[in-house]
Design a protein around this ligand. Sequence first.
Ligand SMILES: *Cc1c(COP(=O)(O)O)cnc(C)c1O
Length: 367
Amino acid sequence: MKTPRYTPLVQTLPSTIPFVGPETAERTNGRLFDARLGANENVFGPSPKAIKAMQDAAADIWMYADPEDHDLKGALAAHHGIGRENIMIGPGIDGILGNLCRLLIVENTPVVTSRGAYPTFNYHVNGYGGALSAVPYLDDAEDPQALIHRSREVDAALVYMANPDNPMGSWHSADVISDMIANLPERTVFCLDEAYVEFAPEGTAPPLDVSNPQVIRMRTFSKAYGMAGARVGYAIGEAGLIAAFDKVRDHFGMNRVAQIGALAALHDQEYLAETIAKVNGAKARIADIAHANGLKPLPSATNFVTMDCGRDGDFARALVAALGTRGIFVRMPFSPGEDRCIRISAGKPDDLDLLEKILPQALEAIK
Ligand SMILES: *Cc1c(COP(=O)(O)O)cnc(C)c1O
């Protein structure tokens, strides 16, 4: 047998993927979903100006993208009032998380997260052999004090938290986050994942402080900007930490058309505000639909509503499956305790009409 010489680490890795895609479920079910409300994509899509810019750029796809992301980086620097040396652009937060792990983790490097938090982070930590330690959620939110306490206990190289959080939709105020930052162990880097920050109330994101090499903030065009398929994310941090990415990143890994689309999307803040208003309207309607069916919507600072189904994980899993076979794609938290909930992304009015019709049928079917 000519077996490749997989590294010892790879030989120990399970063949799991962080999220099974809805397309996989569609192939299994033998039908397409009627409403795609499970991946927190932004169904309202990108700015028409971004679409136009990408259409105009399509014929130039024979060229590699600018490996320095010069134009997008400059625009983001101006948008945030920071230097271009404080921004790293990559193929979505997911891709940048992989690079961050490569910068900080070798086998058995201690890393801290919350049990049931964003699984793609765990995937990358495991991929570099890090020793992942997870603290429980507290009252359906990530627990800043427990994260800091555990980071100190294990002397973590990296601690991760999303604010606002996925999958619960909960959030902490900027003061709480600033407190966390002030209390980080001396050599721990804090990865603050702000994928949903554009949806969050004022006072959720602490001011950007690019002088602190212990904090890296993750942003994306996938959620509020409606460009998940384009794969554009960015990290904000201290210049030295950002420069370190040049040692590990895929310099030609950005899609040229996506770069151009993201730039146009960033310049259309008016459209962004309209989209956020539509998302807020959809969230209110999802909450109403939940109430009407005896489910309890949790407060959300994201583009989805997580709802307490009032029973255990098996019940919520059955509900997710029953909705799926009836054409509605939703997901749910993985972790015991939080897995009493299901999570529904903001949809268009048609999607929510369907949800309103199908949810009672799905509940009835699993009674
Ligand atoms: C959706 C999501 C991401 C993914 O962002 P990409 O830029 O599309 O890779 C990252 N973090 C959290 C918490 C998310 O929910």
